[in-house]
Design a protein around this ligand. Sequence first.
Ligand code: PMP
Length: 326
Amino acid sequence: MEYAKNILETIGNTPLIKLNRLTEELPCLVLAKYETFNPGNSVKDRMALQMIEDAEADGRLKPGGIIIEGTSGNTGMGLALAAIVKGYKCIFVMADKQSKEKIDILKAVGAEVVVCPTNVEPTDPRSYYSVSRRLAEETPNAWYVNQYDNPSNCKAHFKTTGPEIWNQTDGKVTHFVVGVGTGGTISGVASYLKMKNPNVKIWGVDTYGSVFKKYHETGIFDHNEIYPYVTEGIGEDILPANVNFSLIDGFTKVTDKDAAVYTQRLAKEEGMFLGNSAGAAIKGVLQLKEHFKPDDVVVVLFHDHGSRYVGKMFNDDWMRKMGYIE
Ligand code: PMP
């Protein structure tokens, strides 16, 4: 018989899938690292499990402990699955711009969810960064995960996602393109791929309203770059320790409208029913067209599943209201 001992054993080893119609205008092969095949439907299962295992190993997380994290949903899902299997409780703090589906899904897997206002400074006591920190201090036997600065986040991608991409492309990958939030995915994959071949180019996809691109190009943390945006999962108004800027060759910014439109196009033209950051990522690849040559092998990572966006990017009334479609 062949079976996984529990749901956590099915994390990772996701397929690499060729894009066809959407990338017709590009000279090269474009392959999607398709992370919705993880059991929590996102790439975040990988780092959630790694963060828990490392915290168990060094005693930060004790038997029966309470896992506390600020999460837009996907990290929460990964943590919740691991918590169920391993016997922990979860409290998640989310910003109110996140889709209702994400909140309901976390509750469905047994987590308690606290919702905070989106448009306040990170240092404001109401922000989701501040609330998660405070809860972690006040709750007995709590462990504050802090995916932004937790090195196990990057490590998961160095240990699993990076080697998978290298092996699946027979070492032929020339470019890796991915949306950046905590930075764990880009930095972990980049450090592995650049270790194997320093010529592999690493591109981050950023949003308008986020600090990454300007910071990478100038070294200046520019507060004028920070304003509300719609795209979910990528972009930040802080500099997480997990973004290793020295490994990143460049950033491209994608508009909220393009990210939403390309999320729909991935579903309708490739049969890839994916989350909003996948739309941003594929538009980012198209924006980088001039950097690609015929023999290049471009890998773009798609973080999460479309089911979490049915009330938004897959709802034409919402798309019209936002002015994204006629
Ligand atoms: N897309 C989605 C949907 C996400 O949830 C995240 C994590 N915030 C990202 C992209 C960015 O990934 P990372 O945090 O590893 O940079």
